[in-house]
Design a protein around this ligand. Structure first.
Ligand code: NAD
Length: 247
């Protein structure tokens, strides 16, 4: 059985956009949440009874609770949250300011906690639901930043998502709510726009599949985790990285 109703964050771009389109294609009702309202409207012009566009900032508690409320008011139910949205930072260790650290941690860590918290409030009461968070292969590789690569603030924020996934999975499992994470390898989205051509060539050479991921290839993993097919999975990190990680 496919997921009936999902909230997708980061829906205006990259993996979140691909995920929203794939869910709509399979008949899921989608609340598409992003801070970039204009971009979201451009991606989904016209009306679609299965789509609700929500503009907000998931690092703000009121926006998260508001988005969940609006989803319930509009669709009457919420089965899943796929939280793809994130901020990027390429600053190296010796370039980082406290402001940059706090910006990235607030969006990526606090934002993940808040969107999960607001969804879990509803899911706990209904005794079912699935939450998918997003970490990154960069956590395992310890990438160092510069030229569009994730730097220490970004990598640390994505490492925290693994711990958060486990903590939430343990707390919410007894309530019937599953929490997992997807760990994408490098994916062709705006997030890697800062890579130089040479970097792209060198990095692709590390991938046994010889290429980066298409956003849909990552989105499919998240959709699987929300589905009944993954009913015995919780607290897990699903790695989708074209084999780039086994050294
Ligand atoms: N692209 C990659 O190579 C790659 C690799 C590993 C992990 N990831 C992870 O995959 C996920 C999706 O990345 P992507 O490449 O599609 O990124 P992207 O930059 O294309 O899209 C991110 C979206 O999140 C939205 N967003 C950011 N902050 C927000 C906020 N506070 N409130 C609401 N919306 C906000 C942006 O507006 C944007 O639409 C992220 O969690 C990222 O860390 C990406």
């Amino acid at each position: 059985m496919v997921t009936k109703t999902a909230l997708v964050t980061g829906a205006a771009s990259g993996i979140g956009l691909a995920c929203t389109k794939l869910l709509l294609e399979q008949g899921t009702k989608v609340a598409a949440f992003d801070i970039q309202g204009q971009k979201l409207r451009e991606q989904f012009p016209g009306s679609n009874k299965n789509l609700l566009s929500l503009i907000g900032d998931f690092s703000k508690q009121e926006d998260c609770f508001g988005a969940i409320d609006d989803t319930l008011t509009h669709f009457g139910e919420l089965d899943a949250v796929l939280h793809w949205g994130a901020a990027h930072s390429s600053a190296r260790w010796n370039e980082l300011t406290a402001e940059e650290c706090n910006r990235v941690l607030q969006v990526n860590v606090t934002g993940s906690i808040l969107i999960a918290q607001s969804a879990a409030n509803v899911m706990e009461k209904q005794g079912s639901g699935s939450i998918v968070l997003c970490t990154s292969t960069s956590v395992l590789q310890g990438v160092t930043g510069g030229e569009g690569q994730g730097g220490p603030a970004y990598v640390a924020s994505k490492g925290a998502i693994i711990a958060l996934t486990r903590s939430l999975a343990r707390a919410l499992g007894p309530k019937g709510v599953r929490v997992n994470a997807v760990s994408p390898g490098i994916t062709e989205t705006e997030m890697i726009a800062g890579y130089t051509d040479e970097q792209r060539k060198n990095m692709k050479a590390r991938f046994p599949l010889g290429r980066f991921a298409a956003p849909e290839e990552i989105a499919h993993a998240g959709i699987y985790l929300t589905s009944e097919k993954a009913s015995f999975m919780t607290g897990e990190v699903m790695h989708v990285n074209g084999g780039s990680n086994f050294g």
